[in-house]
Design a protein around this ligand. Sequence first.
Ligand SMILES: Nc1ncnc2c1ncn2[C@@H]1O[C@H](COP(=O)(O)OP(=O)(O)O)[C@@H](O)[C@H]1O
Ligand SMILES: [Mg+2]
Length: 319
Amino acid sequence: MTRVAVLKGGRSYERQVSLASGARVEDALERLGHEVIGIDVGSDLLRRLRDAACELAFIALHGPGGEDGSVQQLLEVLQLPYTGSGVSACARCSDKILTKHALRDAGLPTPDWVAFSDSAFRELGAADTLDAIELRLDFPLVVKPASQGSALGIKFARTPDDVPAALVAAFSYGRNVVLERYVPGRDLAVSVLGRVGGGAEVLPIVEAIPQGQDFYDFASRYDIGRTLFECPAELDDVLTARVQQIALDAYELLGCDGFARVDMMVGDDDEPQILEINPIPGLTETSLLPQAADAAGIAFDELVARVVEVAQARATRTA
Ligand SMILES: Nc1ncnc2c1ncn2[C@@H]1O[C@H](COP(=O)(O)OP(=O)(O)O)[C@@H](O)[C@H]1O
Ligand SMILES: [Mg+2]
């Protein structure tokens, strides 16, 4: 038995998803016989962790603050072992621009893009370069905040005229924005799960099939019925193996640990393109990593047990 603090909630836009992930993890940990202390993360986090004298933190936070290395850094200071990836992997994965640079530098496929910071617009006249984007990327484009999840702030720009409004929407979520080449094709989520002895395995691929929309938005992602999720995705063996290998390569490249979910589009040419890597994937009833684990014969409690064991093994190695 271990005293486990489940960190959930927080202040990000994904608070509600995190509360749902956290509650489900708490139930699983209790069934596994652990002592569970649920903590809705706020300014009293350190005091509550100290008072609770926990031995491990299960981080069920999504979005900025929880998934970007901030909480991980605090836990490092406290020398409290925690689940999932370390500070550096979280920081890089939660920033789509840093992720895309790392992928491109390593030769892993990611859609071509340009990125802007709000200060480039305010102070450097970046707006004057918008014409050049058309030449560089072709429309339609996908405009998204560099560091959000759950499709928040994502807009399609079908023509250059759509870009200013899409930029305003994306900048309302953060200081950096990505304009990315639109990849028509299939929307895949590829979950990777760490092994206790080291290394990781790739779980069956989930395909998100939108029902009568261009793509699933924030609401539809958690409303059962508006998007169909198929697992394992119907892909031929060659493409399956290729998609899974790319996901594993990305996980290792970014230095992920424990678990992660790699989101990809597979274009009509069968070429996989990585959109992002989620260092703390959703763990709700409708989330994709638990679905993928289930398809691999790993029930939710076993999944949670494994994530905890991987974290404990890492803590023992680095102690
Ligand atoms: N370049 C793109 N081409 C086609 N669809 C995209 C592209 N970027 C994002 N999308 C759609 O938007 C969804 C969310 O994008 P993603 O980059 O994974 O951000 P988030 O962090 O919000 O999940 C994707 O699952 C996909 O359906
Ligand atoms: Mg995504």
